[in-house]
Design a protein around this ligand. Structure first.
Ligand code: GLC
Length: 726
């Protein structure tokens, strides 16, 4: 590879790019235009579709029949493929290269459901710009991120890559990810294109079983599932990925209502729509197409611009046009979108812009590890603490499968490596060296019921002042295609917990998980519970700081932890029903064997200190409502609190949720410090899709609530709007 010049790339107006695209398209054959609509992979791994011989890639490139690749990190291979496209095809149109950089490239940040608990869009933007920097120096031009699925079912393994159950937070995070990746300058050598996914509704799969059926009303679609995508599109994300599931019994990938009516027209989306991996070919399994020719016809008519791995487009679109079954204008529109992206990102000016042979020099920089630690510290959620944390003693038992494990990245690990991760054991030793006595035992493995090490664990506990358990899921128990029917802590871990409880010593349960779990037994048998998710490279360092009080945990859950799997789906912004639960009334919406409420609700998280809210007042002005209060750190620890504001319509033309998050503030306070806080909610935030399916603020009364979490309401005020606002 000759040395690649990296001159600043020209910044062009949309008009200039349109002109360039028009000029280029005027020279392209129909076949070459179709070639721009195909994304292939380097290893031919077509999971459900027809596998093919990847060695054909060079031939396909030479014929101009490949527009992009996914799944490559090898800069030399990327260079070879790009050189082939630029130098050995008729028009020299460059390829683009995409990858799944979901929560970090080489520097591994906490997975997305963990990061969401920071309630810190700015921090997530910073994490995303690090991921963009490492990716854009590893041959990558686009990341298949952010994942913007609303999730309400922890049986689904992919909740780990989501931001949780709330659309308001989802909108803030969508913008943060897109801004972090694209940095408002796609010609920069440090940015990558963003691809919002999965469009749409994938998180509501029945039974929490991945790839299963989805069925929802248009109102639920518009009110809950679309807002994060609207925010991503508004933030300028360059691509949207269609999802595997159906909407209204039509696969999203071939769903004209979703792709054209809702996204391209409704949201005025000018980027491109890419399918998910073979999701176009899978419409045959969905039984709406009988062969790949029909797949091509249905998907291009629905508005799918770029086909990932399935190859219906390059094999059938030309025939479909030539036989008059589809108009060439459909292909022109998709081709235009693909070429526009390539011009915007500067690939026509410098096709090799993101290829660096010395790519490792850009990875795992100290400041990026520090940023990863900062994000990890902000992602941890303290679920219980009966005054046992922060730890004082340096004589601890450290027991469990995650104690010495560096497998703390979580699924969708990009180029991150377990060996770059700090285990909890190592984090404690790094922090205290020989000043800490750690009596270690594996105790039991993740999914094992083998009790042969129980006695070793019990002996380790007997030698110690406090028992720290590092337990939970193995990192690959969540992620894609990893749905679980049970959400219990797996294997014999709970049995060991109960055995250790008999010793009468204080127990700190550090939970490693990619999803909310059923923690009833953990809650009963532990004095403290720290939700550590999978925090990435800096896991052990962050947890050591938290366990010993050098960082006061501030995370708040963005996905409810069910009391038990039977409660699912469970989420805070549910409707009231006609028979809301009242303890003394029998004929009410309830279970005979468990409570209705989750074990830990949306917005919940403890601190080592206490925060009081006083002098609370509510103020309604022309176009906003504001909540004023004094927040005081009443304890001995500096810390961060995240007061939240929810609204509730007392009556509306359709049934609305009992709670809707509409504002929050992340506030740092020194011990004893007070601050005056104002949280404002614009009137338009009170809007909801009304009976005519129009977003409106109907006249009437609304509750405005200052809260610690979705269940702990501190103060409520009734306000009213006199006239309807569309
Ligand atoms: C996967 C995932 C999607 C990912 C794509 C490419 O099946 O559904 O999130 O971006 O394929 O790897």
């Amino acid at each position: 590879m000759r040395s690649i010049k990296r001159d600043p790339l020209p910044k062009r107006t949309n008009e200039e790019i349109n002109q360039l695209v028009n000029d280029l398209m005027s020279k392209m054959t129909l076949k070459e235009k179709i070639g721009q609509l195909y994304q292939t992979t380097h290893d031919g791994a077509a999971i459900t579709g027809p596998s093919y011989d990847a060695s054909q890639n060079k031939k396909l490139i030479n014929e101009g029949l490949i527009g992009s690749f996914l799944g490559l990190y090898d800069n030399m291979e990327i260079y070879r493929l790009q050189k082939e496209a630029v130098e050995n095809t008729r028009l020299g149109i460059p390829l683009f290269f995409a990858n799944d950089i979901i929560h970090g490239c080489r520097t591994s940040f906490p997975h997305n459901l963990a990061m969401a608990c920071s309630w810190d869009p700015k921090l997530i933007e910073e994490a995303s710009s690090v991921a963009a920097y490492e990716s854009s120096h590893s041959g990558i031009n686009m990341t298949f991120s952010p994942m913007l699925d609303i999730v309400r079912d922890p049986r689904w393994g992919r909740v780990m890559e989501s931001f949780g159950e709330d659309p308001y937070l989802g909108q803030l995070y969508a913008r943060a990810y897109v801004d972090g990746y694209q940095q408002d300058d796609l010609t920069s050598y440090d940015s990558v294109g963003a691809c919002a996914k999965h469009f749409v509704g994938y998180g509501q799969i029945e039974g929490g079983r991945d790839y299963n059926t989805v069925d929802m009303s248009e109102r639920v679609l518009r009110q809950f599932y679309l807002p994060p995508f609207e925010a991503a599109v508004d933030a300028g994300c360059e691509a949207v990925m269609s999802s595997f599931n159906v909407y209204d019994s039509v696969p999203a990938t071939a769903n004209k209502f979703l792709l054209r009516t809702v996204l391209k027209e409704g949201m005025n989306f000018s980027g491109f729509i890419i399918s998910d991996y073979t999701s176009s070919g899978e419409i045959i399994n969905h039984k709406i197409a009988s062969d790949m020719k029909e797949v091509a016809k249905k998907c291009i008519e629905a508005g799918l611009d770029h086909e990932m791995v399935s190859n219906s487009y390059i094999n059938h679109l030309e025939t479909l046009v030539n036989e008059g079954s589809i108009s060439e204008s459909l292909i022109d529109d998709s081709c235009r979108r693909m070429l526009t992206f390539k011009y915007k990102i500067g690939l026509f000016d410098n096709p090799y812009k993101n290829i660096y042979l010395n790519f490792e020099d850009y990875w795992l920089k100290d400041e990026d590890r520090q940023k990863a630690k900062e994000v990890a510290l902000n992602s941890v959620v303290l679920l219980k603490n009966e005054k046992v944390l922060p730890l004082k003693t340096k004589k601890i038992a450290l027991i469990g499968p995650l104690a010495k494990s560096n497998q703390v990245i979580g699924p969708w690990c990009g180029k991150a490596r377990d060996e770059d991760c700090v285990s909890l054991y190592d984090g404690l030793k790094r922090k205290f060296g020989d000043a800490i006595e750690i009596n270690y035992s594996l105790g039991v493995d993740y999914n094992s019921h083998d009790e042969s090490l129980f006695n070793e664990a019990i002996e380790a506990a007997k030698l110690s002042d406090v028992i720290v358990l590092a337990m939970g899921e193995q990192q690959w128990m969540s992620g894609e295609a990893q749905s679980r029917a049970s959400i219990e802590v797996p294997g014999g871990q709970l049995k060991l917990l109960k055995e250790l409880r008999k010793l009468g010593k204080e127990i700190v349960f550090v939970l490693f998980t990619g999803r909310p779990l059923d923690l009833r037994e953990v809650e009963k048998n532990s004095d403290a519970i720290v939700c550590a998710w999978f925090l990435g490279n800096e896991s052990g360092n962050a947890l050591a700081d938290i366990l010993y009080g050098d960082y006061n945990p501030s995370g708040k859950l963005t996905m409810s932890f069910p009391y038990v799997v039977g409660q699912i789906p469970i989420y805070y912004n549910h409707l009231n029903t006609g028979r809301p639960y009242v303890p003394e009334d029998f004929y009410r919406s309830k279970y005979s064997d468990i409570p209705n409420n989750p074990l830990y609700p949306f917005g919940y998280g403890l601190s080592y200190t206490e925060f009081s809210y006083t002098n609370i007042s509510f103020n309604q002005e022309e176009d906003e409502v504001s909540v004023h209060f004094t927040i005081t750190n009443e304890g001995d620890f500096d810390g961060v609190d995240i007061p939240q504001v929810y609204i509730e319509a007392k009556s509306f033309s359709v049934s609305r949720p009992v709670n809707e998050l509409k504002g929050f503030k992340k506030v740092f306070l020194k011990a004893g410090e007070s601050k005056e806080i104002i949280i404002k909610v614009k009137k338009k935030e009170f809007a909801y899709y009304n009976i005519e399916m129009k977003k409106a603020v109907e006249s009437g009364e609304y509750l405005v609530k200052l809260a610690r979490n979705a269940e702990d309401i501190v103060s409520t005020k009734t306000i009213s709007f006199r006239e309807e606002i569309k």
